[in-house]
Design a protein around this ligand. Structure first.
Ligand SMILES: NC(=O)c1ccc[n+]([C@@H]2O[C@H](COP(=O)([O-])OP(=O)(O)OC[C@H]3O[C@@H](n4cnc5c(N)ncnc54)[C@H](OP(=O)(O)O)[C@@H]3O)[C@@H](O)[C@H]2O)c1
Length: 268
């Protein structure tokens, strides 16, 4: 069966998965693909109308999903969303910490705006960290009591921007690298419970990507030549199968790693 069909191979049958930032982009793609693989999926981002739309699409394919409006920059929202998930579907097996806020709480943005490090704004630093590294920590803390009992899979989202220290992205780079450190720490502490924790650095076409590209034309020019596979991937088609694998058998013996879902743009 192809990725666009309503049912795939049941690789996540019976699993309960939470995907933050699932109203669009990569999170939306993951939610749809996980549901096609048999998971009951909770979609958690701020705009109820957007997650409702994705939930309707998932249900129209004959699969199971629930949208819970959540601001991951608020610890109480995350804990409440996890409690509601357990109430609706049972203990959480898979957590995907995908959401990331940009700008400030008062002036959220669709992506980063290049800013010299010396001009870094405190509010932007706080908001980027709260919705990035702190949100990832809170998500992991909230699901831990359930995963401790039965194992689990946690997938966190970082960025090649942080790894490479992309100029003008100070707040974003720092929070994304903090997420990689959190991932390794949780992987070491929770391996004994059968919980695997990994990080993904994607390059996939989304609204945030398009916004970022519009402000970084020099980088984007010739990008495909820097990608050995020669194209910018689609979140569902090119990210989906691999993110299913990582949430299922791929996590059986791999933990604490950073993976590059990027057509070969960065290699290690
Ligand atoms: N696209 C890429 O190639 C790329 C490259 C490197 C890293 N990443 C990382 O991959 C992840 C997904 O990226 P994307 O391109 O799919 O992003 P996107 O298109 O901007 O989608 C982000 C999602 O997160 C939600 N969100 C934003 N702030 C939130 C908050 N405070 N609480 C809850 N949800 C929030 C948004 O919905 P609401 O606004 O309704 O809340 C939206 O559903 C991010 O962590 C990003 O940094 C992506």
């Amino acid at each position: 069966m192809g990725q666009s069909d309503g049912k795939l191979d049941g690789k996540l049958e019976g699993k309960v998965a939470i995907v933050t930032g699932a109203g669009r982009g990569i999170g939306k793609a993951i939610a749809k693909v996980y549901a096609r693989e048999g998971a009951k999926v909770v979609l958690a981002s701020r705009t109820q109308a957007n997650i409702d739309k994705v939930v309707d699409e998932i249900k129209a394919e004959g699969n199971v999903a629930l949208g819970i409006a959540t601001d991951v920059g608020k610890k109480a929202d995350i804990f409440s969303m996890v409690a509601k998930t357990v109430e609706a579907f049972g203990p959480v097996d898979i957590l995907v910490n995908n959401a990331q806020g940009f700008g400030t709480e008062k002036n959220p943005r669709a992506s980063t705006i290049p800013t010299p490090l010396e001009d870094t704004d405190d509010e932007e630093w706080d908001y980027t960290f709260r919705t990035g590294a702190s949100a990832t920590l809170w998500g992991m803390q909230a699901v831990f009591p359930y995963m401790k009992e039965r194992g689990g899979r946690i997938i966190n989202f970082s960025s090649g921007s942080g790894l490479e220290g992309f100029p003008g992205n100070t707040c974003y780079n720092a929070t994304k690298e903090a997420i990689r450190a959190l991932t390794r720490t949780a992987a070491r502490e929770w391996g004994k419970y059968g919980i695997s924790v990994n990080t993904v650095n994607p390059s996939l076409k989304t609204e945030a990507w398009d916004n970022w590209a519009a402000n970084n034309t020099e980088f984007v020019e010739g990008l495909k030549e820097k990608m050995p596979l020669g194209f910018l991937g689609d979140a569902e088609e090119h990210g989906g199968p691999w993110l299913v694998w990582l949430a299922s058998t791929g996590g059986d013996y791999i933990t604490g790693m950073t993976f590059f879902l990027n057509g070969g743009r960065y290699m290690n």
